[in-house]
Design a protein around this ligand. Structure first.
Ligand code: HEC
Ligand code: HEC
Length: 338
């Protein structure tokens, strides 16, 4: 009897130690500081919650917009090439080719303020101060004929502005309706395997303009908008035939004689856990920080055995630099997709 009591109290003792240590800390990380929290906490709600104090007029907004936004979104928000349109498109939502803009589609002005503040100008996000964001938001309203040119937007009158499409956004109540198809998914005649049939790179949907001319991307020349030369990619795909005996790329790629090469750009050398045949040296170099990028791939593929002593990649290398360039372009383009 005494013995079993002792045992029970021992178990209770163990449990309490466990729960104290578990609830207090897992021994990982630290609490975020107030500054860190507020740096992340920048969302603006439809009811205006989160908006900072500030204001900006259509007139000031026009100037800021011209300098920072029109190179992509057009002088009147009409969109250049395939960059998004920000104005117009009213009465197109039920057509075959709906034009969804801030004016025609977006439900809340708070989303405009939040989005521009958070993400624009593209390539130089969060470079605008609060008053500038108010002014540009006012100007986008003006471009959509929703306010007059002498309008000034501020945290005070923000809530008074309603966008035309607001009422078409409502809570999904289909679950409560009779005869509803809600959650009644068709699970018949499904395709067996999902395949990528076209690639954005090849379809060329990203405008390829030289954008360094009249916007602020030139201040940040380390920012590259990835675009691949489709011809070079095709050439590279041909060169890749030399690798296919040992390497695969693609959704269903598995390791073979060599590791699969999905996402090879940015991968640490020798890091694939499910590939068990790496040489010691490639793993060591990976641990020391060797990452596959343009330069390292070109040096390695030009002469594998010289670049990594003792590598198990039994391949003499590619001598022609145009073949190397094309191959690496192909690897990079595939990396972006897979
Ligand atoms: C370098 C080109 C570029 C510049 C300059 C630029 N944008 Fe954009 N903008 C984009 C791209 C690309 C998207 C789409 C991003 C996405 O969908 O992830 C976008 C999306 C937007 C959207 C959302 C459009 C929608 O309907 O989804 C708004 C609003 C917007 N930009 C406002 C601005 C404002 C305001 C400025 C200037 C302060 C600006 N942009 C500058 C490229 C640009
Ligand atoms: C005869 C088989 C063979 C051929 C051909 C071959 N490789 Fe390899 N490759 C390997 C092996 C094996 C490894 C692992 C090397 C090691 O462990 O040292 C490897 C490693 C690599 C790595 C490093 C991967 C990682 O996870 O770090 C890259 C990148 C690579 N190969 C690219 C290529 C390319 C591109 C070609 C064609 C030009 C090619 N290889 C041709 C067998 C081959």
């Amino acid at each position: 009897m005494l013995k079993s009591l002792k045992f029970v109290s021992y178990i209770i003792f163990l449990c309490s130690i466990y729960s104290i240590s578990y609830s207090q800390t897992l021994g990982l990380g630290r609490a975020a500081t107030n500054n860190e929290v507020s740096a992340w906490d920048i969302d603006i709600r439809p009811d205006g919650k989160g908006l900072p104090v500030g204001s900006g007029s259509v007139i000031i907004g026009e100037e800021l917009y011209t300098d920072n936004c029109s190179s992509c979104h057009g002088d009147f928000g009409e969109g250049i090439d395939r960059w998004p349109e920000l104005a117009g498109g009213f009465d197109t939502l039920d057509s075959e080719d709906p034009v969804k803009t801030v004016g025609s589609y977006w439900p809340y002005l708070s989303t405009v303020w939040d989005y521009v503040h958070r993400a624009m100008p593209f390539g130089n996000a969060q470079s605008l101060n609060n008053d500038e964001v108010y002014a540009i938001t006012a100007y986008i309203l003006y471009l959509n004929d929703l306010v007059d040119e002498d309008f000034e937007l501020s945290h005070v009158n923000f809530e008074e502005i309603n966008l035309p499409n607001e009422e078409n956004f409502y809570l999904d109540n289909r679950e409560n309706l009779e005869n509803t198809t809600y959650n009644n998914r068709c699970m018949q005649n499904c395709k067996k395997v999902a395949m990528i049939t076209k690639r954005a790179v090849v379809l060329d949907v990203t405008p390829e303009e030289d954008m360094t001319e009249n916007n602020n991307l030139d201040k940040n020349d380390n920012i590259q908008i990835a675009s691949f030369d489709p011809n070079l990619v095709k050439e590279g795909e041909k060169v890749f035939k030399k690798c296919k005996a040992c390497h695969r790329i693609g959704l269903d790629a598995k390791n073979g004689t060599g590791p699969h090469l999905n996402n090879i750009f940015g991968r640490v050398a020798g890091e694939l856990r499910d590939y068990k045949k790496y040489s010691k040296n490639i793993k060591k170099l990976g641990q020391e920080g060797l990452i596959w990028n343009n330069e390292t791939l070109i040096s390695f593929l030009a002469n594998p055995k010289k670049y990594i002593k003792g590598t198990k990649m039994n391949f003499k290398g590619i001598k022609k630099s145009d073949e190397l360039d094309a191959l690496v372009e192909y690897l990079a383009a595939s990396t972006k997709i897979n």
